[in-house]
Design a protein around this ligand. Structure first.
Ligand code: ADP
Length: 398
């Protein structure tokens, strides 16, 4: 039956795809094209528990990558089952708070919004154009990473800057990882037999990029990422929030160019910058255990900031159903979770060590003792949300 959704997530030199049955979330095929735009471009496909790789032909671009995916899907007789293509699009500005059928206007707007997400939106648009070229009349849907946060009140999304910067140039907090926060909040609500609209959670998505969102009665009311994915928590290579005065100091006193500051804050800071060793949490945990002091310090700062942000978002609630951890670190690192929760005893947080060790590598559950605030570990599944929302949009369902 023609009811599967091909989900596409394009980066500037990569393309992730999955073919998903929206009703069950089953992934039929998934894969990753990497090193696009170089002659080492390669496609890895996972199907029936087996992995295979193929080279992507010249000009090694997104379109050739999708063509290679389609060749594989055709060989497996899977193309006939594709109902629509769902695209992850990073920035939807204030225009897009819902899944959106892509037409020429939407493409122009994604392009226009590239000024707010110069690293992401152009690549996302590339993916849309490539899929159109390959799939012709199959509908294409955009699911925006910012959409879930469009419910934030003005007091949360406005910076204390002259108001006309917001009115004229759209300078405000947009937030990201929206699809992930929505998915884990909905899943956690189901685990406590509530609807999303009845539940209150603070969710922490901790991967290479990190963010925390206050999800009140199913809606995002505050989030830590901002106009760009640089604000808030310490991340793999991103600094998170710093005193903006540091930028003037770097430029005026230390002779940095703006481009160098940009690279410093986005690519040379965070876990990597402090540890001087790696942006990879797992590697830092191992190094810290062996006595690497800067690795330990990086992890201390990382966890302190997560705890501080969770505590600060408690102002959004009069009651809380729990805290949620997700993302590569949130789903797998019992060490980080325990270190964060130990700093939140005022919120009645505590850790059940056995449950904390059990909930890793895809296992979800509550890692708090029964008399503490529940703390859920929930593996995220943004692809499933994209498939489900694309399908629902095209079927007129809510
Ligand atoms: P992205 O934001 O790129 O999608 P992920 O969500 O995959 O990233 O998260 C990557 C991070 O998860 C890395 O820092 C990695 O070290 C960390 N991670 C994965 N598994 C573990 C683990 N078992 N223990 C600690 N950290 C882990």
């Amino acid at each position: 039956m023609k009811n599967n959704i091909l989900v596409i997530n394009c980066g500037s030199s990569s393309l992730k795809f999955s073919l998903i049955t929206p009703s069950s979330g089953e992934t039929l095929v998934s894969g990753l094209a990497e090193r696009l735009l170089t002659n080492e471009a390669q496609l890895t496909i996972k199907h029936n528990e087996q992995k295979q790789t193929a080279n992507i032909p010249s000009p090694f671009d997104h379109q050739k990558a999708i063509e290679a995916v389609v060749v594989f899907l055709k060989e497996q007789s899977l193309t006939e089952q594709i109902f629509a293509v769902g695209h992850r699009v990073v920035h939807g500005g204030e225009k897009y708070s819902q899944p959106t059928l892509i037409d020429d206007d939407v493409k122009n707007n994604i392009d226009e919004l590239a000024k707010l997400a110069p690293l992401h939106n152009p690549a996302n648009l590339q993916g849309v154009l490539a899929a159109e070229a390959v799939f012709g009349r199959i509908p294409q849907v955009a699911i925006f990473d910012t959409a879930f946060h469009q419910t934030m009140p003005a007091k949360a999304y406005l910076y204390a800057l002259p108001y006309q910067l917001y009115q004229t140039h759209g300078i405000r907090k947009y937030g990201f990882h929206g699809t992930s926060h929505y998915f884990v909040a909905k899943s956690a609500a189901a685990l406590i037999n509530k609807t999303l609209a009845e539940s209150n959670f603070i969710s922490a998505h901790l991967g290479n990029g990190c963010s925390i969102t206050a999800v009140k009665q199913g809606k995002s009311v505050d989030t830590s990422l901002g106009l760009t994915p640089l604000e808030g928590l310490m991340m793999g290579t991103r600094s998170g929030s710093v005193d903006p005065g540091i930028i003037f100091h770097l430029v005026d006193q230390l002779g940095y160019s703006l481009e160098q500051v940009n690279t410093l804050l986005n690519k040379e800071s965070g876990l990597l910058g402090v540890s001087q060793l790696s942006n990879d949490c797992r590697e830092l945990e191992q190094a810290a255990e062996q006595g690497h002091q800067l690795a330990q310090l990086a992890l201390d700062i990382f966890c302190y900031r997560i705890a501080k942000t969770i505590a600060s978002f408690s102002v959004c609630f009069t009651s809380l159903d729990g805290i949620i951890f997700t993302g590569g670190i949130g789903e797998n690192s019992s060490h980080i979770r325990s270190k964060v929760l130990s700093q939140l005893s005022l919120l009645n947080c505590a850790v059940d060590n056995k449950a904390n060790i059990t909930c890793r590598f895809g296992q979800s559950g509550n890692i708090a003792p029964t008399d503490a605030l529940p703390c859920w570990v929930i593996p995220t599944n943004e692809e499933w949300v994209i498939a489900e929302q694309s399908y629902q949009l095209l079927n007129g369902a809510k």
